[in-house]
Design a protein around this ligand. Structure first.
Ligand code: DGT
Ligand code: CA
Ligand code: CA
Ligand code: ZN
Length: 587
């Protein structure tokens, strides 16, 4: 099995960090750039290499000869001597330490040289004794921030962002499915419930159960295959029907082989959540049944268990989608037949947050539009940043009008060719500190869709921050609040803001709240989505794409919406274009 783009990128990033620590000039940035490109490539680098050899790898933008050769070594041998050497030379656990917010390679180097900090434990010890604040370039404030950062890392510790590991989980599922005698292979647990982050992946496999000797041999083969996959770095268990391993990326994966008769019951049990399971069992007991991972039993007789549906039915419940199994009222609703029909994974018709080369995206408007079409979408809003975000080359009143010419040209072209696709004129306009906006009202009034967001002054008081966003919502030109809480999963907490009050204001002003689908944003959170659903506040699910392959993240936004019990009617970009625009116009 071959090394993925994500793995290559991670190694290149780390090399950049090691070189940066050594104070090497320019090179770190070169590695970082190469990593960024590879991360967002559509094609696997291994395939590029297979097709065109070293030369083709060199042709990847931002990849020079020397980096291309390193990539070749990684593809051919799965290792890189240069990287191993760097790692050995610096006894510091970089990946652990760079996880602390505000700690870059340079600071880590200082902390190592002056205080001998090698890992998170060392860091916490010296921070608590006040030694860091006495170092040049650090101070009391940064020591406080480091301690806060450590707390944050510990809280999120050992968990993986679902959207980032999903490709690897799917790859394992697919490989297992391809083995002989296997009927199904599916990840249960928090993966199936589509939690934002997962502790480990729990994969269930169903094999043909007859004849028994064949079943036993098949199970054995599955186990042998699973523990010897190339990504496996540790084997915790290697049993007849159950195994557990750790992968290169640090993630643990379990696999269990099951007979078909109890697949539904096992899927239900291992999907969880644990509290949902416990409540189901109690319901079963009330009916004088017994529910286990093997089935639903009346005495010795199995009355359900082949599918999840039949278990729920036998317990007097409507089927509950995995994303709702978190004990937030789903059992009561299933009993009363009032569960919502959730938005489906194929329901989106458009995407209302897309960045392009005009600012910090990697592709042109046309390339992004073509990629969206290939995904089956019918419209996208182009939402490049505004001038306050100077580092992205944000647009001002003048340049955004230039962009409109390009958009008009594209729309005309597609109309002539009878292609049903529309690019909408839009913006991700900065909300300034006082709640005013970074483009003039005159320009905003001419856009098809106006999205606004907070990118600065994260440390205002809760009152000030809430008033700031509310003021933006009250601007009649504003349609959508993008990534409303501003959090980055495992990296940055939300700024202080009263979400209840914002959602109420959205109700009054007809403002749409965004569910940013990027895997480390998922912003709104599920409980906020639920508040919007309950109040009738409309939402949009956007990719926040910065490159053509980023439209793939939309499914994680849909998953988040489902975790917040949202229906198609709640999500404006699941509506046809005219209806969506009509709604925005009305408000
Ligand atoms: P994670 O891995 O921390 O993201 O969360 P889960 O939900 O995947 O939890 P995990 O991997 O510990 O276990 C998988 C499922 O197995 C869990 O969702 C429900 C079920 N399960 C695990 N332990 C128990 C238990 O003690 N009682 C019951 N009823 N179910 C359990
Ligand atoms: Ca799990
Ligand atoms: Ca597990
Ligand atoms: Zn943004």
């Amino acid at each position: 099995m071959s090394i993925t783009n994500q793995e290559i990128a991670r190694i290149l990033y780390e090399i950049g960090e090691y070189l940066d620590m050594q104070g090497v000039a320019f090179k770190p940035r070169a590695y970082e750039k190469a990593a960024e490109t590879i991360e967002s490539l559509q094609e696997e680098t291994t395939d590029i290499y297979k097709r065109g050899g070293l030369k083709a790898v060199e042709d990847i933008p931002g990849v020079g000869v020397s980096i291309a050769e390193k990539i070749e070594e990684l593809i051919k041998t799965g290792r890189l001597k240069y990287y191993d050497g760097l790692k050995k030379k610096t006894p510091v656990d970089l990946s652990e330490l760079t996880a602390v917010e505000g700690l870059g390679p340079r600071k880590i180097k200082l902390l190592y040289q002056k205080l001998g900090v090698k890992n998170l434990k060392d860091l916490e010890r010296v921070a608590k004794t006040g030694k860091i604040s006495k170092l040049e370039g650090f101070g009391v404030k940064s020591e406080e921030n480091i301690l806060k950062g450590i707390e944050f890392v510990k809280k999120s510790g050992g968990r993986f962002i679902l959207g980032f590991v999903m490709p690897e989980i799917r790859m394992i599922e697919n490989r297992l499915r391809a083995l002989r005698g296997i009927k199904r292979a599916e990840a249960a647990g928090s993966v199936r419930r589509r939690k934002e982050t997962i502790g480990d992946a729990d994969i269930l496999v169903v094999i043909e159960s007859k004849p028994p000797a064949f079943a036993k041999a098949t199970a054995g083969k599955v186990m042998d295959y699973f523990v010897s996959m190339p990504e496996v770095v540790r084997v915790f268990a290697h049993g007849e029907t159950k195994s557990a391993v750790k992968l290169k990326n640090g993630m643990d994966v379990d696999v269990r082989v099951l007979p078909e008769e109890s697949y539904g019951a096992a899927l239900n049990y291992f999907t969880g959540s644990k509290d949902h399971n416990i409540a189901l069992r109690q319901l079963a007991v009330k009916k004088r049944y017994k529910l286990s991972e093997y089935g639903l039993f009346d005495g010795k007789k199995q009355i359900a268990g082949r599918t999840e549906e039949e278990i729920y039915r036998a317990l007097g419940l409507d089927y509950i989608e995995p994303e709702m199994r978190e004990m937030t009222g789903e059992l009561e609703a299933a009993q009363k037949h009032t569960l919502p029909k959730l938005i489906g994974y194929k329901d989106l018709k458009g995407d209302l947050q897309v960045q392009t080369k005009w600012t910090d995206g990697s592709n042109s408007i046309e390339e992004m539009a073509e990629a969206a079409m290939a995904k089956g979408l019918e419209y996208v809003a182009i939402t490049d940043h505004t001038k306050r975000l100077a580092m992205t080359g944000g647009l001002d009143d003048k340049r955004i009008q230039k962009q409109w010419e390009e958009i008009d040209g594209l729309n005309d072209k597609w109309q002539m060719a009878n292609r049903k696709f529309r690019v909408l004129k839009s913006t991700e306009c900065d909300i300034l500190k006082d709640g005013s906006l970074d483009l003039s009202d005159e320009i905003l009034a001419k856009l098809d869709v106006v999205g606004v967001s907070v990118h600065s002054n994260f440390n205002l008081s809760k009152r000030e921050q809430t008033e700031r966003v509310k003021r933006a919502m009250k601007n009649p030109n504003v349609d959508i609040i993008f990534h409303p809480t501003g959090r980055l999963i495992q990296r940055r907490e939300s700024y202080e803001v009263d979400m209840g009050e914002l959602i109420k204001t959205a109700k009054e002003t007809g403002t749409v709240m965004e569910i940013d689908a990027f895997p480390d944003r998922l912003d709104l959170k599920d409980q906020h989505i639920r508040m919007c659903v309950d109040l009738g506040v409309k939402m949009t699910i956007d990719s926040d794409a910065h490159a053509v392959n980023h439209f793939d993240v939309l499914e994680f936004g849909v998953a988040q919406a489902r975790r917040g019990w949202a229906k198609r009617e709640d999500i404006i970009n699941a509506w046809p274009l005219e209806k969506m625009l009509g709604f925005l116009k009305k408000w």
